[in-house]
Design a protein around this ligand. Structure first.
Ligand code: BES
Ligand code: MN
Ligand code: ZN
Length: 496
């Protein structure tokens, strides 16, 4: 992990491999006047000659040829508009790319931290930039026999001195650790990351942070009546697990919440088999579980007072075999309702149904589930937004606030009651698929059947969780999407 420190030192005096200067569009050259002076004005002249104008995310980099204690300097434009949290994080991500390309082991970031483009709160801006740099520096090399010799970013220095910055840096480190954990879980291949593996990792998190842990093995799952979870996992020799960790903060508990994550460690589709193109990356179908366990790591590190958080993960592998569940089976879920299976590839909602029914018995103030639930969601919103469905306005607002603070993008979607008819079955209480239209919505409506009268929100993270292209803060693969927003939600709830 990168060591992050802050200093009031001036950028022109700092020794580092890469000095990053975030500069506003308006007056970017005066912003770097002290650096420019060391170059006799040639730094701004060179940048200008290369077309640099300080536009948002525009970049110019040069070696300093000994004119500064820093080896290289990178200018990144802030543009001229207030940036959302995700875009501020991306600036850090762009810096990470440059750090990697120049093989820097140390880097520093200077910025007009109170500037309107950065939201006007220096500590908060520093948190997002620090997160962006670290998230963008992630690599997964567990299965490469000759790990790359490229240096890792060991030291990140933020050039600012502001109230609350130590807390901000600590929060960034926790979110980064949780997101790294979520990414690692995702990126482990399906022959390593099995339901049993997720259960072991969850136990380790609980152990590290003094949380209580209940893990149900297959016998206990049958015993408990989690029949939908068992059905999904019946075909695989790696059998299901049910994970429940509980974090109890100090002080008076103001808010109790359950986070529930879909943990399908591989989704072949089952007998409703996926075509091979759609099966690729389905080891990342445990992205909801990864987000929930990553949030457990982050919250464990921050140890906020006043909140109780349940981390619940139903996990199974959706494989084919003589024992696998088939179309037309009718299964009674833990919540007492029956489901006619019409597509074994709509498996996520099934194991979530059991977990949601279980969570609804805990008497919490809110239940929030996360799942790589539908391709339809990605069709609707693209790859960068998760869908937010909820039966409660306050919960919706709290999640949208947490989203805009954290940089995990959410978009509010309708739980359209008119579509509920699509789930009607002549032989059971419901079927597990709707028709062609509104697939993300009918999936959410299916989940709603299992939450009783709880306040509930469902995040369909199918797009952001499975990252198919390199993004500034997210390399290809498992993204850890959801960790940041869940952590923000829990911290806000703790503040009451
Ligand atoms: N895990 C998939 C959803 C998914 C698809 C996530 C693509 C990420 C990228 C889920 O289990 C699934 O297969 N959903 C089906 C539902 C359908 C059978 C109603 C889908 O989206 O096609
Ligand atoms: Mn599926
Ligand atoms: Zn799935």
């Amino acid at each position: 992990m990168t060591q992050v420190t802050t200093t009031a030192q001036a950028p022109e005096t700092l020794k580092t491999d890469l000095l990053v200067a975030l500069v506003p569009q308006e007056g970017w050259d005066t912003e770097i006047a002290a650096l420019d002076a060391a170059f006799d004005g040639q730094l701004s002249a060179l940048a200008r000659a290369e077309g640099f104008e300080g536009k948002q995310a525009q970049r110019f980099q040069t070696h300093t040829f000994g004119k500064l204690p820093a080896t290289r300097v990178l200018l990144i434009g802030l543009g001229d508009k207030a940036l959302s949290s995700d875009l501020i994080r991306d600036l850090g991500g762009h810096a990470a790319k440059a750090i990697k390309a120049s093989r820097a082991a140390s880097a520093a970031v200077s910025a007009p931290w109170s500037h309107a483009t950065l939201g006007g709160d220096p500590a908060n801006a520093a948190r997002l930039v620090a997160e962006g740099v670290q998230l963008g520096s992630y690599r997964f090399e567990n299965h490469i026999t000759q790990p790359s010799k490229a240096p890792r970013l060991e030291q990140l220095t933020l050039l600012l001195d502001a109230d609350g910055v130590a807390d901000s840096v600590k929060r960034a480190a926790a979110v980064v650790a949780g997101t790294y954990l979520a990414r690692d879980l995702g990126n482990e291949p399906p022959n390593v990351c099995t339901p049993a593996f997720l259960a072991e990792q969850a136990s380790a998190i609980a152990e590290r942070h003094g949380m209580s842990a209940t893990i149900l093995d297959p016998d206990a799952i049958v015993e408990k009546g989690f029949n939908l979870l068992m059905a999904v996992g019946r075909g695989a020799s790696d059998k299901p697990r049910f994970i429940h960790l509980t974090y109890t903060g100090g002080g008076d508990i103001q808010h109790r919440v359950a986070f529930v994550g879909k943990g399908v460690t591989f989704d072949t589709g089952g007998y409703s088999l996926k075509i091979s193109g759609s099966m690729a990356n389905m080891h990342l179908d445990m992205g909801g579980a990864a987000a929930v366990l990553g949030a457990a790591e982050a919250i464990g590190r921050l140890a906020p007072e006043g909140v109780e958080v349940h981390f619940i993960v139903p996990t199974a592998k959706n494989n084919i075999s003589e024992d696998a569940y088939t179309v037309n089976e009718i299964i009674k879920g833990y919540g007492g309702k029956t489901v006619e299976i019409l597509n074994t590839d709509a498996e996520g909602r099934l194991l979530l149904a059991d977990a949601l029914a279980y969570a609804s018995e805990l008497g919490v103030d809110a239940i929030i589930d996360l799942a790589t639930l539908t391709g339809a969601c990605v069709v609707a919103l693209g790859e960068h937004y998760s869908a937010l469905f909820s039966n409660n306005g306050d919960l919706t607002q709290a999640l949208l606030t947490a989203s805009s603070e954290s940089g995990d993008r959410l978009w509010h979607m309708p739980l359209d009651d008119r579509l509920r008819d699509k789930l009607k079955s002549p032989v059971a209480d419901m079927k597990n698929v709707g028709d062609r239209w509104g697939g993300a919505i009918t999936a959410a409506l299916f989940l709603r059947e299992w939450i009783g009268d709880s306040n509930w929100a469902h995040l369909d993270i199918a797009g952001p969780a499975i990252n198919e292209q390199d993004l500034p803060t997210t390399p290809k693969g498992g993204s850890g999407a959801g960790v940041a927003v869940l952590t923000a939600y829990a911290l806000n709830a703790a503040r009451g």
